[in-house]
Design a protein around this ligand. Structure first.
Ligand code: SAM
Length: 229
């Protein structure tokens, strides 16, 4: 019999955000494929889960996926977890999901937190239609992407690192205008959670007061939204 591949969502900061089902699945599988085994060990220890782990990340996915597929074909159950949030959302899992589908291996998603939905719902920007773009390209294709999103009317969600967040907000101001409303959601569910809202130029001014630290989601109003609200 084929094993099952579980895509297990984990907290994006606050470990209390794990689900009962995630704990049960992580406690019952044969193997956990983790983006960073040290990070996942902290989570497993917190819930007294002891399971064999292998690393599965974007640099070894092509080599590791066939190994995991062989285990699944041999009947073992495997849980994939990323460092935070939902595997497959700006995180490895897609490659393994495709490989599992090719072999008709059952795949079960275990839903839970994702940083983009958490930021969207608190943003105050329209949630009925949105587009998630993950990380903007750092160099090649960045300008083209910014230009192609300029007239996007849905709410736009981006992930960003602390060392590029100011540059991305500056680019948004340059390409989409300084009055475009943005919501910067930092360190969601963690001790230093902070949400800054306003026109991008004012947000930049506010943020220039201290060095950016932590993890960021940018939620940006769609083109022409202010006029229609
Ligand atoms: N799989 C994750 C998810 O479901 O959201 C995303 C992983 S992606 C590699 C990491 C990025 O997600 C960070 O750079 C940041 O943009 C965002 N992120 C993750 N945790 C966050 C948090 N607690 N607060 C704000 N942003 C977060």
């Amino acid at each position: 019999m084929l094993g099952t591949l579980y895509l297990v969502s984990t907290p994006i900061g606050n470990l209390e955000d794990i689900t009962y089902r995630a704990v049960r699945i992580l406690s019952s599988v044969d193997l956990i494929a983790a983006e960073d085994t040290r990070t996942t060990k902290i989570l497993l220890d917190r819930f007294s889960i002891s399971k064999p782990m292998v690393s599965y990340h974007s640099f070894n996915e092509r080599q590791r996926a066939p190994e995991l597929i062989n285990k699944l074909l041999a009947g073992q159950s495997v849980a994939v977890v990323s460092d935070a949030g939902t595997p497959g959302i700006s995180d490895p899992a897609f490659f393994l999901v495709r490989a599992a589908l090719e072999k008709a291996i059952p795949i079960v998603p275990i839903p839970g937190p994702a940083a983009f939905t958490t930021a969207l719902v608190v943003s105050g920007l329209p949630t009925d239609r949105f587009v998630f773009e993950g990380f903007l390209p750092p160099k090649k294709g960045r300008k083209t992407k910014l230009e192609s999103l300029r007239s996007e009317s849905r709410t736009i969600i981006l992930y960003e690192s602390p060392h590029r967040v100011i540059r991305t907000l500056t680019d948004i101001s340059t390409h989409w205008g300084g009055n475009r409303r943005v919501v910067v959601a930092r360190e969601l569910t963690k001790k230093f959670e902070e949400i800054v809202r306003g026109p991008v130029l004012s947000v930049l001014q506010e943020m220039s007061k201290k060095t950016p630290k932590g993890e960021y989601v940018l939620v940006i109003e769609g083109a022409n939204v202010s006029k229609s609200i």
